[in-house]
Design a protein around this ligand. Structure first.
Ligand code: PRX
Length: 633
């Protein structure tokens, strides 16, 4: 499965285009199937309908756990580093993780869970989060993990959309010096969610919580019951390759987040194949991905990818800057991490602290570095290369999306020649094309366009939960017979790809995807707001910041207080991650005669570039532009 040289890469790429089914068959043969497929691939991008390994039977947890027990049962699967460095860390070997997953799958079953149910998981980064995810998969229930930073309202929207019947959470979470009352947030969410029958609560921070009779149970009590019943094993449910494995909600151009659906077989093959290749994982290496399991990066590259390959994966509960900005480097030193995978926003933030946090930290174990979530600018690339990798570690800049399931355009460590700022070349099996506004393919090199993919890959989304039409219109209707990524992209003279950012109304703030419409809807909920428009602007650390133009005619008194109220509203409705960085009160928004907001103008103003706003003659009231310019923050 592993590509070891550049000629091998070229050969594999060619094969993946000319004989895709044979190419993927050979990769899929490296996994454990109870029964092999009837057909490798059937597809069309019109409906769309995509099926990989149809008819095959498997359970992904047998690939992530059972098949490793004999040869490496005592090897660490998960190393967990707590938020507070003075507390004890935890190590779970493959055997221990297997036992805990079986145990918790039994707990879920005892609480009424069955194949096909949707289960919402809202937990901090503790090992039990990975255990809960795997237990759902073992039982055939579809997990929907919601990131710990989302509000009660966002959680409720997600639970309602997927009609979840069980929620798994903790009493509380802790990140740096901040405490998150997770169970209380869940209680607020559940007021609106009649489908939820059971809430399983792990004790973690021992924050006081209200446990509702008949609905809420403690994780630990339920485990004790399983122990008393003497249940040790849990026979994994047999899944079809195309059965749903999980739903993960993500933002798009329109208001409501959509539930991206991944299925068992193709996703497993793709997560394992991309992990092993891009990072060139070797047995015994310690791998540390700093993402949260609440995002796709954590799903594919903390849990499923690494575990399917028998890797040792480090899970970190805290934040990079607490107790100080040397925390990541302490962890690398402590566990002798070999592969370190993080996000540009973290790199830029740590860069701003200078060299001091690196003093006395032994980073010599590092052999490979990775980046994901947004473009890695050249300055940050060089800092990462020189200060962290000591110029001896390749930087694997992985471009991909929630929808793609795994890496798409990415270097293969020590195989692909690198170029700072570039995600380099497509992995074998991935066929990117650049198209112009009309959807015509732009051939050749030294060109830019909208990035699309023209052939299916096993890890791609199959639908958006409960609304297939939305999947079609969002990804497959913009350009005929192409999957549209929403990203702009440059292909340079050497055929190397550089992602230039979203071309739709989606912001990328610290690597988090935020829909501008979603933020506008939240701001507009505030009682004195008439309307608003949200755009992104370049931000030194976050990549993009959120700039809100708000029409609030009856706002009297201190504008600072009004800003805080609006921030609080967004926090309550979406979550703290979507809070605007800047709020400018304006008398009106620049609209065309047909009532459309000209965001182009607002973007320019937010970027601080007001010299050339282009043609504003089509505006209903060009005067508002002067006012907005004068009040720009
Ligand atoms: O704009 C691209 C950016 O993140 C978007 C996907 O966001 P999400 O689904 O939340 O997944 C993030 C983790 C995979 C993309 O459309 N993006 C992701 N990776 C990169 C990137 N932009 C540039 N370079 C990357 N390596």
């Amino acid at each position: 499965m592993k590509i070891k040289s550049f000629p091998e890469y070229e050969q594999a790429y060619k094969k993946s285009v000319e004989q895709p089914e044979q190419f993927w068959k050979e990769i899929a043969d490296n996994f454990l199937w109870r029964k092999k497929w009837d057909k490798i691939l059937s597809w069309n991008f019109t409906e769309p309908k995509i099926e990989w390994f149809k008819g095959a039977k498997l359970n992904i947890t047998e690939n992530c756990l059972d098949r490793h027990l004999e040869t490496m049962g005592d090897k660490p699967a998960i190393i967990w580093e707590p938020n507070d460095p003075t507390e004890d860390h935890r190590v779970l070997t493959y055997k221990q993780l297997y036992d805990k997953v079986c145990q918790f799958a039994n707990v879920l079953k005892n609480n009424g869970a069955k194949k096909g149910d949707r289960i919402c998981i809202y937990m901090p980064m503790v090992p039990e989060l990975a255990i809960a995810v795997l237990a759902c998969a073992r039982l055939g229930a579809i997990h929907s993990v919601v990131f710990g930073g989302f509000s009660a309202q966002s959680i409720a929207d997600r639970i309602l959309d997927a009609e979840c019947n069980i929620v798994i959470t903790t009493d509380g979470g802790v990140r740096g010096d901040k405490k998150i009352p997770m169970k209380t947030v869940i209680d607020d969410a559940l007021v609106r969610c009649p489908s939820v029958q059971k809430v399983i609560v792990l004790t973690h921070t021992r924050t006081p919580v209200s446990m509702i009779k008949g609905r809420d149970v403690w994780w630990e009590d339920e485990i004790k019951k399983i122990e008393t019943q003497g249940k040790k094993e849990f026979i994994a449910e047999e899944m079809d390759a195309e059965d749903m494995l999980f739903i993960l909600y993500t933002s798009g151009s329109t208001g409501k987040p959509k539930g991206v659906v991944h299925t068992c077989g193709g996703y497993m093959v793709y997560a394992g194949y991309t992990f092993t290749n891009a990072f060139q994982y070797e047995p015994g290496e310690v791998y540390f991905c700093t993402a949260d399991i609440g995002w796709i990066t954590g799903h594919s590259y903390i849990v499923y990818g690494p575990l399917s390959q028998g890797a040792t994966t480090v899970m970190f509960e805290g934040v990079p800057t607490w107790p100080d900005a040397g925390r990541f480097w302490d962890i690398v030193d402590k566990y002798k991490v070999n592969i370190f995978y993080t996000a540009p926003t973290a790199i830029r933030s740590l860069m701003s602290f200078g060299d001091e946090p690196l003093n006395g930290k032994d980073l010599s174990s590092l052999t490979k570095l990775g980046s994901v979530g947004e473009p890695l600018n050249e300055e940050a690339w060089h800092w990462f290369d020189e200060r962290i990798g000591k110029k001896k570690c390749p930087i694997v800049d992985t471009w991909w999306q929630t929808e793609t399931g795994g890496f798409m355009i990415s270097p293969i460590a020590n195989v692909t020649p690198l170029k700072p700022g570039y995600a380099t070349l497509p992995l074998p099996g991935v066929q990117p094309v650049l198209v112009d506004e009309k959807g015509e393919e732009i051939q050749g090199n030294g060109v830019s366009g909208n990035l699309c993919i023209k052939f299916p890959w096993p890890g791609m989304l199959r639908t958006t939960y409960g609304d297939h039409e939305r999947c079609r219109t969002t990804y497959f209707a913009t350009y005929k017979d192409l999957y549209f990524t929403g990203d702009g992209c440059l292909r340079d003279e050497d055929g190397y790809y550089r992602i230039t950012g979203r071309v739709d109304d989606v912001l990328n703030v610290s690597g988090h995807r935020i829909g501008t419409a979603e933020v506008e809807n939240a701001i507009n909920m505030h009682s004195s707001v008439v309307e608003s428009a949200v755009v992104g602007y370049p931000h030194d650390i976050k990549g993009q910041g959120v700039y809100a133009f708000v029409v609030c005619p009856n706002q009297h008194g201190d504008p600072e207080l009004a800003r805080k109220d609006i921030m609080m509203t967004v926090s309550r409705i979406i979550g703290a991650i979507a809070k605007p960085d800047k709020i400018q009160f304006v008398t009106g928004l620049p609209k065309t005669r047909s009532g459309k907001i000209m965001r182009r103008i607002l973007r320019k103003i937010a970027e601080g570039d007001t010299s050339n706003l282009g043609d504003i003659s089509t505006l209903l009231d060009p005067g508002v532009v002067e006012d907005i310019k004068a009040g720009a923050l």
